[in-house]
Ligand binder design. Structure first.
Ligand code: ATP
Length: 232
């Protein structure tokens, strides 16, 4: 579904990611793990076209490397950004409607579907998003991204700043999406939980992929696990 080859990502004169390559197969969950500043968010921004990059990004067998952001979104890429960023003064339902702005014919059906899948959002449907708890806002941000019926969901640090119990709930939500065969690229510092869900994971450091493999590959390498568990 997504093949990234030799990707360099730039913020003005700064090169944040140096020639990384990775693949996300249809229906799989792949994690990008790594410490602060490793280049995880920069990689997501390059995939959506927000950040300047060189290299090749293939999505559903098409080279999207030079396409504008809006076209990439329309082709089926959705992001739940780091820091959640819901529209605080709009209700849960209104936030979801905005997420489906390019997909108006299906908005009511999708809202009903996500309310059924994530009942906590249904309970809060008319509440202003700004008054939701951090975990609820995170759920809303993910559900809003899903309103475009994406072919791949990019999740940037969904556990950031949340209490451990809430983080578990968010990962349950991601697990349910995986069960629905959603293709997911998950950026996380919480390596233990991310590995549990991932079919494959890549460890980024200083803009380079320094290790990759399955949960078993990482689990059987004590030094790597010590490094990973130190991230969260
Ligand atoms: P974090 O979890 O802290 O966001 P990250 O792995 O997502 O970490 P990035 O945010 O991609 O890392 O940052 C990678 C490097 O690029 C860092 O050195 C960061 O300072 C730099 N960087 C990121 N965004 C910008 C920007 N807009 N302008 C300049 N430098 C940036």
């Amino acid at each position: 579904m997504l093949v990234v080859q030799n990707l360099n990502v730039f913020h003005g004169p700064i090169e944040a990611v140096h020639g990384i390559s990775f693949t996300v197969k249809e229906g799989s969950c792949v994690s990008l793990l790594g410490p602060n500043g490793a280049g995880k968010t920069s990689t997501i921004s390059a995939i959506t076209g927000v950040a300047k990059s060189t290299g090749r990004i293939m999505f559903a067998d098409e080279d999207i490397s030079t396409l504008p952001v809006e076209i990439r979104i329309r082709k089926g890429i959705a992001v739940s950004p780091e820091g959640r960023r819901v529209f605080a003064n709009l209700s849960v339902k209104e936030n979801l409607r905005l997420g489906g702005a390019y997909n108006t014919a299906n908005v009511d059906r999708l809202i009903a579907e996500w309310f059924e899948t994530f009942p906590i959002l249904a309970e809060r449907r008319d509440q202003m998003a700004g008054t939701l708890s951090g975990g609820e806002q995170q759920m809303l941000a993910i559900a809003r991204a899903l309103m475009s019926e994406p072919r791949i969901l990019l999740l940037d640090e969904p556990s950031l700043g949340l209490a451990p119990k809430i983080v578990t709930q968010i990962f349950e939500m991601i697990k349910r999406l995986k069960e629905k065969r959603m293709t997911i690229l998950l950026v996380e510092q919480n390596a233990t939980l991310a590995l549990r869900l991932s079919d494959h994971a890549y460890l980024l450091n200083n803009g380079l992929i320094v290790a990759d493999g399955t949960a078993e590959t990482f689990g059987s390498n004590d030094a790597l696990m010590a490094e990973l568990t130190g991230l969260a």
